[in-house]
Write a protein that binds this ligand. Structure first.
Ligand SMILES: [Zn+2]
Length: 185
């Protein structure tokens, strides 16, 4: 089974290796392309539902249920239900490879319906995307209190199973905590 390519999964203290949506802000993206990509994302075939709702990394006030709990697919890519919100409300422009893929489709791929919820999702490509403004930052947790609580748990070694801590994840998390400290001090 060919893995789906993850896109639009954003970083947090719990997933520090994913990209920051703030880096992808592009107010000058053509409106027609933005609308076509948005329409495409909204047609995604639901793949699976997570236990909890997502939250907006910009803390704009949208409710978590509106951000959704599902992952969507078109048979090639896999994205979270809430990705459309970033494109429509936060001027996020997705990587060119994905945009070209969307623009090259005559209609939403029928193959999406054949994907099973056991399909593996490859996050490697997603993790490598740096966006257009690599120094822009969003929030690494839903609230400041949540960020502090999570960081304390990391510092006490309580948060993740040691087996889940790849060296790259550790490095990304340390970097993210440093950025957060600099922003809030
Ligand atoms: Zn938002």
């Amino acid at each position: 089974m060919k893995p789906l390519i993850g896109i639009g999964f954003w970083r947090s203290l719990l997933e520090p290796e994913l990209p920051d949506p703030a880096c992808f802000i592009d107010a000058d993206w053509s409106q027609s392309e933005r609308q076509r990509v948005l329409h495409y994302l909204q047609q995604g075939q639901p793949l699976n539902y997570w236990m909890g709702y997502s939250w907006c990394r910009f803390r704009c006030g949208i409710s978590n249920p509106e951000m959704g709990a599902a992952d969507y697919t078109d048979g090639t890519y896999c994205w979270p239900e809430g990705l459309a919100h970033y494109v429509s409300c936060h001027q996020v422009r997705l990587p060119n490879t994905f945009t070209q893929h969307v623009l090259s489709q005559l209609s939403f791929p029928a193959a999406a319906a054949k994907v099973s919820d056991f399909s593996p999702v490859d996050m490697q490509w997603c993790q490598q995307q740096t966006g257009w403004h690599p120094s822009f930052l969003s929030f690494p947790a839903e609230t400041d209190e949540e960020a502090e609580k999570t960081i304390r748990r990391f510092e006490q070694g309580k948060c993740l199973e040691p087996s889940m801590l790849t060296p790259a994840a550790c490095e990304a998390r340390t970097h993210l905590i440093k950025q957060w400290r600099a922003k809030t001090s």
